[in-house]
Design a protein around this ligand. Structure first.
Ligand SMILES: Nc1ncnc2c1ncn2[C@@H]1O[C@H](COP(=O)(O)OP(=O)(O)OP(=O)(O)O)[C@@H](O)[C@H]1O
Ligand code: NI
Length: 333
């Protein structure tokens, strides 16, 4: 594992056994994130953004899920582990402490019948072994830091007594309470209005920088990506089709899918609108692809694209794309 990386996902595949057959939701994803970096994951609905990132926390029902590949993670002690080979118990020590996650709907993480402040206090008592009074003090400080004010009064509130933006702050406070090495944020601001969205994004960025926490930020909104991310992976049909710095992607996109996304996405940083204007739809994932999965929708499609699978190729250091059009660069890995 590269010494600067917090996580290295290698050739990850995730299959779901369903009544309709096997869904190959993730089909060989490679993704690494450096310490302190904010990495955006974009792509249309159903491309595998959530399935691949939830796998990092092993959140899928393992009775019906088959993983392959590796998810190497540098834990709090700086020790390298493969998340996929950890026992359930070992996994629990990482979840919420070394790796935390925030979702679009705060109620996925919060208990509706417990005071918000107490939920975080309970978490830090368990994970950071704090005493009761110490935990409350700590949560109040956190509340002040993330703008849950007045902290003392908010501490006593139940989730239903708070607004959406406030709940999102509670979730951020909870996720960052144990100073995780990695924060996974899956569309955390889509449900909020634009002004609040901007505040929450700024908050995530500041707190991540302060704790040197790496972030994987999943979104439909390229405006958001440009605003807060350092680097980006574009997903299509269960794979990453292009990855690079924000500049690589916004100014030198190599994959026709990335270019289509950029063209389809409204320029205003507001939106929350879905990238639905590329003609056609992403394929269902009942098969593994043996040719380019984007071929059917691609305006640059060649004969080869319908017959062979394009692997990710390096275009220049840190910028890779899986398209025969950008062949000629050196082969990656
Ligand atoms: N538990 C499951 N069982 C079967 N198929 C699933 C399951 N979860 C997700 N899928 C399928 O896996 C594919 C990838 O889904 P995923 O949720 O990762 O998409 P996404 O990129 O996060 O989309 P969105 O932007 O809508 O959140 C989809 O085809 C989805 O239907
Ligand atoms: Ni998703």
């Amino acid at each position: 594992m590269n010494e600067h990386n917090v996580i290295e996902i290698k050739d990850l595949s995730v299959d779901f056994m369903t009544v309709r057959g096997i869904v190959y939701a993730v089909q060989g994803v490679d993704l690494s994130v450096k310490e302190g970096e904010i990495h955006g994951v974009v792509g249309e609905s159903g491309c595998g953004k959530s399935v691949s990132t939830k796998s990092i926390m092993r959140l899928h029902d393992e009775k019906h899920t088959r993983y392959s590949g590796q998810i190497l993670f540098k834990n709090g002690e700086g020790k390298e582990v493969d998340v996929l080979s950890l026992s359930e118990k070992q996994m629990q020590t990482i979840q919420g402490k070394d790796i935390a996650m925030i979702f679009q709907d705060p109620m996925t993480s919060l208990d509706p019948i417990m005071k918000a402040g107490e939920q975080i206090a309970e978490l830090v008592r368990k994970k950071l072994k704090m005493k009761k009074s110490e935990a409350k003090e700590y949560v109040l400080t956190l509340f002040e830091k993330v703008g849950i004010l007045p902290a003392e009064q908010r501490y006593e509130q139940y989730p239903f007594e708070m607004s959406g933006g406030m709940l999102q702050r509670v979730m951020i406070a909870m996720a960052l309470s144990c100073k995780p090495r990695l924060l996974i944020a899956d569309e955390p601001t889509t449900a909020l209005d634009v002004t609040i969205q901007a505040q929450i994004l700024k908050l995530i960025k500041e707190l991540a920088a302060e704790n040197n926490t790496s972030v994987i930020f999943i979104t439909h909104n390229l405006g958001v990506v440009a605003e807060i991310c350092d680097s980006i992976s574009v997903m299509y049909a269960g794979r990453i089709c292009e990855t690079g710095s924000v500049l690589d992607i916004f100014d030198n996109a190599a994959h026709p899918y990335t270019r289509a996304l950029l063209n389809s996405n409204p320029k205003e940083a507001d939106t929350g609108k879905y990238m639905a204007t590329i003609p056609g739809a992403p394929p269902l994932l009942y098969n593994k692809f043996t040719h380019c999965p984007f071929a059917e929708r691609c305006d640059k499609c060649m004969d080869k694209c319908r017959k062979e699978f394009p692997t990710l190729k390096t275009i220049r250091a840190g910028h890779e794309a899986s398209c025969f059009l950008s062949d000629g660069g050196e082969k990656n890995g």
